[in-house]
Ligand binder design. Structure first.
Ligand SMILES: CCCCCCCCCCCCC/C=C/C(=O)SCCNC(=O)CCNC(=O)[C@H](O)C(C)(C)COP(=O)(O)OP(=O)(O)OC[C@H]1O[C@@H](n2cnc3c(N)ncnc32)[C@H](O)[C@@H]1OP(=O)(O)O
Length: 249
């Protein structure tokens, strides 16, 4: 059964305590950090919204996903690369997220954008690319608008609900899209030997991108559940008010 807090019918007392919490949070953050984060979150919400509109328009006009990545790649690269700042936010302590959690999340996205989809042209029209693009886009519109409205103290309940429920489906969908895309890239990488360094060479080092991709795919097995369970804990904390003691990373 949904709790009163969850169905949005919580009374004035709970609203007042949320208000007090928000004011306390802003004080802790400091004015400059609050202004910067508000600007950052608005910019990111707008960026991912532009991406969503471009994707819907492309599909409605062309009726196919072929060529979609090419048409949106500049916007995607810009906003996903800009998200590197999230690691900086954690490092300088203006957001409480663990550097490790944000680092894994952001670096896996950067890796997918630059070292897989951008670099390996033959896979850009795979259906799996659409899968992770849609999952990322819906997630980021919800996530950044959640942060923005929270900072402005006007968080609509449905955005809070969406932030802590959509990921249950979107995380596995996004990860499936990413893994299928890397898998589709393997034959091309093996055939071309791209990004690989063969022996002999004057530095006496070798690197095989094909095996690097296989190791990256395998690393999803221990890493993804950690991110997923982290989000489930956040969900229990925010939607159900549970007090969660996080283990040190
Ligand atoms: C070199 C190669 C490396 C390869 C590595 C491969 C392995 C990879 C394995 C895993 C792959 C994952 C791939 C990802 C795919 C997808 O994304 S699919 C789409 C679905 N995705 C999601 O749903 C993403 C969910 N993840 C997140 O939301 C975050 O990225 C997170 C870092 C994992 C969790 O965020 P966290 O900050 O811990 O939780 P929140 O509840 O959102 O926030 C906690 C507090 O922090 C405040 N905060 C955070 N950011 C901001 C901000 N920008 N502005 C303002 N405030 C912020 C937030 O308000 C909370 O504050 P409190 O209320 O005070 O607690």
């Amino acid at each position: 059964m949904a709790s009163s807090e969850e169905d949005g019918t919580n009374g004035g007392a709970s609203e007042a305590s949320e208000e007090r919490e928000a004011v306390g949070k802003r004080r802790r953050l400091g004015l400059l950090a609050t202004i910067w984060l508000t600007f950052y979150n608005i910019a990111m919400t707008a960026g991912w919204l532009v991406l969503a509109i471009a994707m819907v328009r492309f599909y409605m006009e062309k009726g196919t996903h072929k060529g979609l990545y090419k048409s949106i790649q500049k916007t995607l690269k810009f906003f996903q690369t800009f998200a590197l700042l999230e690691i900086v936010h954690c490092l300088i302590g203006i957001v409480p997220t663990s550097v490790l959690v944000a680092g894994v999340q952001v670096s896996s996205r950067i890796f997918m954008v630059w070292l897989v989809t951008h670099s390996i042209k033959p896979i850009q029209n795979e259906e799996s690319v659409v899968l992770f693009l849609v999952a990322w886009t819906v997630t980021e519109i919800t996530r950044y608008s959640f942060y923005t409205f929270s900072l402005l103290d006007h968080l609509p309940y449905f955005i809070k609900w969406a932030r802590y429920n959509f990921f249950i489906i979107l995380y596995p969908v996004g990860v499936a899209g990413e893994l299928l895309t890397i898998y589709a890239a393997l034959p091309y990488v093996k055939k071309t030997g791209m990004f690989s360094i063969r022996l002999p060479n004057k530095y006496n080092v070798s690197f095989d991108y094909y095996y690097f991709l296989l190791i990256t795919m395998a690393s999803y097995i221990p890493l993804f559940p950690q991110l997923y369970f982290h989000m489930l804990r956040q969900r229990r904390k925010v939607l159900h008010g549970e007090v969660i003691v996080e283990k040190d990373d």
